[in-house]
Design a protein around this ligand. Structure first.
Ligand code: AMP
Ligand code: MG
Length: 624
C-alpha cells in the first residue's frame, strides 16, 4: 500500500439510504464500528487526506476527525453531487472516491487507478471487475479524477445531468480491471449488513478452538476471562461533551496538547529572580532589586550586573534570569537583598516552558477513564469539549417465577428481587446507560421476548438466574436460537454456571452475560467476567485493581478452582494491609457481602492458606 499525497480521498456518504429504510448508511454499525469509519480506515493509508461527503448527521461524521463536506446541490442529488462538492474543496490535483458502504475496498485502489490515469494521460479512472464469461462490470463510484475537471462536471450537473457516467463525454476516461470482485461489494440492505457483519466477526467456537484442553464443563476462570476478552469488541462511537460532563467517561482519542504547559519559563517560588552567575564562590552576594514581576503580568525588566527582580510564584522569568532564590533565604535591606553563599544553585526554582507538556504531545491517552485530576489537566490546556466514547447501553433483567419486585406482597416461597439492584449499582459505577427490564418469568416465550427487546435497545445484556443445571435447558434453547451463546461450568466458588455469547434480533446484536441467580454469585461473576468485558466494549483501559494483603487467619481452599471469599481489609499494627474473612460465605448470603469491604481471591493453583500468608484482594471501594 503506497500513500499518494497528491490524492484526496472522499467517502461518499451523502445518500438517502432508501433501501435501508432511510437510515444513514455510513453510520450503520459494521464489525463494531460505523461503516463509514471502516471505509475511512481502508482509504486513509492510500491517500494524503480524506474527507466525508454527507448530507445528514454532520456532527457525528465530524467525530471521525476528518472534514465533512455536504453537497452544494439540494435534495440528495446523488453521488455526482458529492463528487462535485469534493472536487470543489479538495486541495490536491486528484480526488479518489469510494462509497461509504464498501468496507472491503481494495488496498491498492488509489495506486492502480493513479498508475492507469498517468499512463493513459486520462482525466478520470474507475474500477471494473469481470466474472468469467461475463461482460466487465463497472464500479463508477470507485473513481480517481483530476480536480481540474470541476468545470466540466459542474456544467453537466447544471444541465440536470445526474448519471455517474453521463459526463464522461467531455473528459478522457479509462477503465481499470481489478481481479477481486468481492472487494467492490457494497451493502444495500440492513439484512445484508447484518449477515455480513456476523460473518466478519469470529464465532465463539473459533475463539475457544485456540485454547488447549477446552472443556465447557470444567473451565478455569482464566480461560473464561480470556475467551470473553477475545470475543467482545469495543463499540466505537465518539461524542463530544463539555469538560465537566467528561468526568467518569472514557476518552475516545489521545488528547494532544495545543500549547506548551507552562507557556513560559516561570518562577516556582515567591523570591528573587537572578542570573546564577552572580552568585560566586563562598562569599555573600548583595543585589539591587529593580522591580517586581507578578504572576500573569510579564514585565520588560531586565536586571543588569548586580541586580535582581522580585518575583511571585508563576511570574514569567525576566530576560536573562535563570534562577530564583526564595524570599525566606535572603536578608532584605531597603532595595538591596543579601544572599548567603551556597543558598541555591543555578537553575533552582525555575520552571521551564513546556516542562509539564510539550505542544503536540499526548496529554492523555485514549481509553482513559477521566478522573478529577484529568479534568484539571484538560482545563489547563484550554480545551472545553472532550471526545468521549458514547455510553455503553446495557439492558438487564432477572429471571425466576419466585421473584417479586419491591412493593409487591411476598407470597409463600417467594423472594424479593435483589439482583437487579446490585447489578444496577455495579453498572452505574461503570458509567453505563442502563435499561432495567424488570423480572422475566421462567417461560421460554417470555425469555425470548425479553432477550429480543434487550438486544434491540442495548450493546450488552445481563441476565441473572436460570443458567444453573436444571433451569438451563430452556434457557439454552432460547439463547441458542437467538445467536451464538455457550454455557459454561466454571471452576470457581461461588458462581459456577455462566452463559456467554452474542444474540441477534431484527438486525441488532448484543453481547450476552447470563449470570447465575444467587445474589453473591451474581456479583462475583459480574466483577470477574462482565466488568472487564464491558470496559473493553467501552474502549476503556481499567484492569481490576487487585492488591496484596496478609491473611489474618487460615483459609481452607481446594486447589484446582478459584475461590472468592468476602473479607475485611484493614491496616495491621505494623502498618501493613491485612485481611480477615467475614461471616457466612454461602453464595446466597448478601449480608456478609455487604459487611465485607473486599473479596479475597484465591487462585486456581493455590491450596489452603496459612495465617500470615499473602493473598490477592479486590477492594470494593474505588472500584469503578
Ligand atoms: P437460579 O440460578 O435461577 O437457579 O437461582 C438460584 C438462586 O438464586 C435461587 O434460590 C433464586 O431464588 C435466587 N435468585 C435468583 N434470582 C434472584 C434475584 N434476582 N434476586 C434474589 N435472588 C435470586
Ligand atoms: Mg431461577
Amino acid at each position: 500500500m503506497k500513500k499518494n499525497d497528491a490524492i484526496s480521498g472522499l467517502i461518499l456518504a451523502g445518500g438517502r439510504g432508501t433501501r435501508m429504510g432511510s437510515v444513514d448508511k455510513g453510520l450503520q454499525s459494521f464489525a463494531g464500528k460505523n461503516m463509514a469509519a471502516v471505509v475511512l480506515e481502508r482509504l486513509a493509508p492510500q491517500v494524503g487526506n480524506v474527507a466525508i461527503n454527507a448530507n445528514r448527521n454532520l456532527e457525528t461524521y465530524a467525530t471521525f476527525g476528518v472534514p465533512v463536506w455536504p453537497d452544494d446541490l439540494p435534495d440528495f442529488a446523488g453521488p455526482l453531487a458529492g463528487l462535485e462538492a469534493g472536487m470543489r474543496r479538495a486541495q490536491t490535483p486528484y480526488l479518489l472516491t469510494a462509497p461509504c458502504d464498501s468496507p472491503f475496498l481494495p488496498a491498492d485502489l488509489a495506486e492502480r487507478l493513479y498508475a492507469a490515469l498517468q499512463e493513459q494521460d486520462a482525466d478520470l479512472a474507475y474500477a471494473v471487475t469481470r466474472e468469467p464469461g461475463m461482460r466487465p462490470q463497472p464500479h463508477p463510484v470507485f473513481c480517481l479524477v483530476k480536480t481540474s475537471c470541476l468545470p466540466a462536471l459542474s456544467a453537466y450537473l447544471s444541465e440536470g445531468g445526474r448519471r455517474m457516467d453521463g459526463w464522461y463525454k467531455s473528459i478522457k476516461v479509462v477503465e481499470v480491471l481489478f481481479e477481486d470482485g468481492d472487494a467492490f461489494r457494497n451493502i444495500n440492505t440492513l439484512d445484508e449488513l447484518n449477515k455480513l457483519d456476523m460473518k466478519q466477526r469470529p464465532r465463539l467456537e473459533e475463539v475457544v478452538s485456540c485454547l488447549s484442553g477446552y472443556d465447557p464443563d470444567a473451565l478455569p476462570v482464566r480461560d473464561a476471562q480470556r475467551i470473553i476478552g477475545q470475543f467482545v469488541e469495543p463499540v466505537r462511537c465518539t461524542e463530544y461533551v463539555a469538560l465537566r460532563a467528561a468526568l467518569g467517561r472514557v476518552l475516545a482519542r489521545d488528547l494532544l496538547s495545543p500549547i506548551e504547559v507552562p507557556a513560559h519559563d516561570n518562577s516556582a517560588m515567591d523570591g528573587f529572580a537572578l542570573r546564577g552567575a552572580e552568585l560566586v564562590g563562598d562569599v555573600q552576594t548583595s543585589l539591587r532589586v529593580i522591580g517586581t514581576v507578578f504572576a500573569g503580568r510579564p514585565s520588560s525588566l531586565v536586571p543588569g550586573p548586580g541586580e535582581c527582580v522580585r518575583i511571585m510564584t508563576g511570574g514569567v522569568m525576566p530576560a536573562g534570569c535563570d534562577s530564583v532564590v526564595p524570599q525566606e533565604f535572603v536578608v532584605e535591606d531597603g532595595e538591596m537583598v543579601t544572599i548567603d553563599a551556597g543558598t541555591i544553585r543555578t537553575g533552582d526554582n525555575r520552571r521551564f516552558a513546556g516542562e509539564d507538556l510539550k505542544a503536540g504531545s499526548a496529554a492523555l491517552k485514549a481509553g482513559r477513564i477521566i478522573r478529577p485530576a484529568d479534568l484539571g489537566l484538560i482545563a489547563s490546556l484550554g480545551i472545553a469539549e472532550v471526545p468521549v466514547q458514547r455510553r455503553l447501553r446495557v439492558a438487564f433483567f432477572s429471571t425466576g417465577d419466585e421473584l417479586r419486585s419491591i412493593g409487591q406482597p411476598l407470597a409463600e416461597g417467594c423472594v424479593y428481587d435483589s439482583n437487579r439492584y446490585t447489578i444496577y449499582g455495579m453498572l452505574q459505577r461503570l458509567g453505563c446507560e442502563i435499561v432495567d427490564m424488570g423480572i422475566v418469568r421462567d417461560d421460554p416465550q417470555a425469555l425470548e421476548d425479553a432477550l429480543r427487546s434487550a438486544c434491540e435497545s442495548a450493546d450488552a445484556i445481563i441476565t441473572s438466574g436460570g443458567v444453573s443445571v436444571g433451569a438451563a435447558d430452556y434457557t439454552r434453547q432460547v439463547m441458542g436460537k437467538l445467536g451464538d451463546v455457550t454455557f459454561w461450568k466454571i471452576g470457581m466458588r461461588p458462581g459456577r454456571p455462566l452463559a456467554f455469547g452474542r444474540v441477534q434480533s431484527n438486525g441488532h446484536s448484543a453481547f450476552l452475560f447470563g449470570l447465575p441467580g444467587n445474589p453473591v454469585a451474581v456479583m462475583v461473576s459480574f466483577y470477574f467476567f462482565a466488568r472487564d468485558a464491558l470496559l473493553r466494549m467501552m474502549g476503556a483501559d481499567a484492569p481490576l485493581p487487585l492488591v496484596r494483603a496478609r491473611s489474618l487467619g487460615a483459609i481452607r481452599k481446594k486447589a484446582g478452582r478459584t475461590e472468592y471469599q468476602r473479607g475485611i481489609l484493614s491496616r495491621g499494627e505494623d502498618g501493613m494491609a491485612e485481611v480477615r474473612i467475614t461471616g457466612s460465605q454461602g453464595s446466597g448470603i448478601l449480608r456478609s457481602m455487604s459487611e465485607a469491604n473486599c473479596m479475597v481471591v484465591l487462585h486456581d493453583e493455590q491450596g489452603t492458606v496459612a495465617a500470615g500468608d499473602m493473598v490477592d484482594v479486590l477492594l470494593f471501594e474505588g472500584l469503578v
